[in-house]
Design a protein around this ligand. Structure first.
Ligand SMILES: C[S@@+](CC[C@H](N)C(=O)[O-])C[C@H]1O[C@@H](n2cnc3c(N)ncnc32)[C@H](O)[C@@H]1O
Length: 345
């Protein structure tokens, strides 16, 4: 088949096809005498894949990697691309909401410049918060040994005390029926999400660590894994029946935790449920008491471990849920571990 016919069939232009040829993505046979190109079925398949990937915004360079690397599978790239688009989408949603508020304020007041500046500052802060999170614990590196390590007790401080009971409590608390969709955020190797599979619940696992997601997929192929972040979940609005998360939220600071709750609330359906089990204190008083006790016992390992992460103030999370029309129940396992179960009213 010649270039014009190919262009017509694939609804593109001869110029675009030549561009991909120049970039080395396709190499149709060229007639030495007249330079006419002939495209085989294989060239057509390759070209239509290139066009489809370009359509969803994947760069020419990344397409080359996908096509040239036998190890690289298209699904991996699509997943990365979807996460990137969700990030952009959430940012654009934020911008539109901010503009809506600006329009409102300009309508009601003569002198609204201060308000507008405040709103744009807020938008900037949100963008920075979303972009600035760094994985200082290097979960990619921890992934292969994670399941083994949580069984260890640690020296003088066992951060995973009551781990099994806590995960089981989430499963018995949240009520999901076969066919329901459950999102597990910070899924790690899938220890919580996988507990829903036997009852026919569909599970999407989100994690910022690709290596954790790989481990999760190997152990539980039926979990759909997606790369993503607490603050930009790679899901559409009101898409899931339940959100669960275990031992993950304490990797983001308290103010960001409230944004994470907002994200969970965005993706969960009306009357949906959110169940979080994590390292947290009941409130600041409780935190002081616990730290004081460790100090008086000379348990610096415990203090260092706690201060290396962002254990939540449970009362702040409960307040947020109450203010946003959720009904909240709680359960405390030990001094540093609690569960919050919130249902949308
Ligand atoms: C301690 S592991 C817990 C894994 C699993 N939920 C469990 O209970 O065994 C924490 C997980 O949260 C993920 N994580 C940490 N911060 C995150 C963030 N901001 N967004 C998404 N995932 C995050 C890490 O990559 C890691 O897989």
């Amino acid at each position: 088949m010649h270039i014009k016919e190919v262009a017509k069939r694939l609804n593109t232009t001869a110029r675009s096809i030549r561009f991909y040829e120049e970039k080395g993505l396709i190499s149709p046979i060229k007639d030495a005498e007249n330079d006419y190109r002939t495209f085989t079925d294989n060239d057509m398949m390759r070209l239509s894949t290139i066009l489809a990937l370009r359509e969803i915004g994947i760069s020419v360079e990344n397409i080359r990697e996908i096509l040239e690397d036998p190890e690289m599978n298209i699904k991996q790239y699509l997943t990365i691309q979807r996460s990137a688009l969700f990030e952009k989408w959430i940012e654009i949603k934020d911008m539109i909401e901010t503009i809506d508020k600006m329009v409102d304020r300009t309508g009601n007041q003569e002198n609204c410049i201060g308000d507008i500046q405040e709103l744009s500052q807020h938008l900037k802060t949100m963008k920075n918060i979303r972009k600035s999170w760094k994985d200082k614990w290097n979960f990619d590196k921890q992934a292969a040994d994670y399941d083994q390590n949580i069984k260890m007790h640690g020296y003088r401080f066992n951060v995973h005390q009551d781990y099994e009971q806590a995960l089981e409590k989430v499963v018995t608390t949240i009520s999901l029926a076969p066919g329901d969709m459950c999102l597990d955020i910070g899924i790690g190797t899938g220890n919580l999400g996988s507990r829903f599979l036997d009852s026919g619940v569909n599970v999407i696992g989100v994690d910022q660590s690709e290596e954790m997601l790989k481990q999760c997929k190997e152990k539980h192929p039926s979990i759909e894994t997606r790369k993503g972040h607490f603050l930009t979940l790679p899901l559409m609005d009101i898409q899931v029946d339940g959100v669960v998360s275990s031992y993950a939220l304490h990797h983001i600071p308290d103010t960001e935790k409230l944004l994470a709750l907002q994200e969970m609330s965005r993706v969960v359906k009306d009357e949906g449920q959110i169940c979080i089990v994590d390292l947290m204190f009941l409130d600041t008083n409780h935190q002081m008491q616990v730290l004081e006790r460790f100090r008086s016992e000379g348990n610096l390992e415990a203090i260092d471990a706690i201060e290396d992460e962002y254990y939540a103030d449970r009362s702040l999370l409960i307040n947020w849920f109450n203010e946003h029309n959720f009904y909240v129940e709680t359960h405390q396992f030990n001094d540093i571990l609690s569960m919050i179960y919130a249902t949308k009213r």
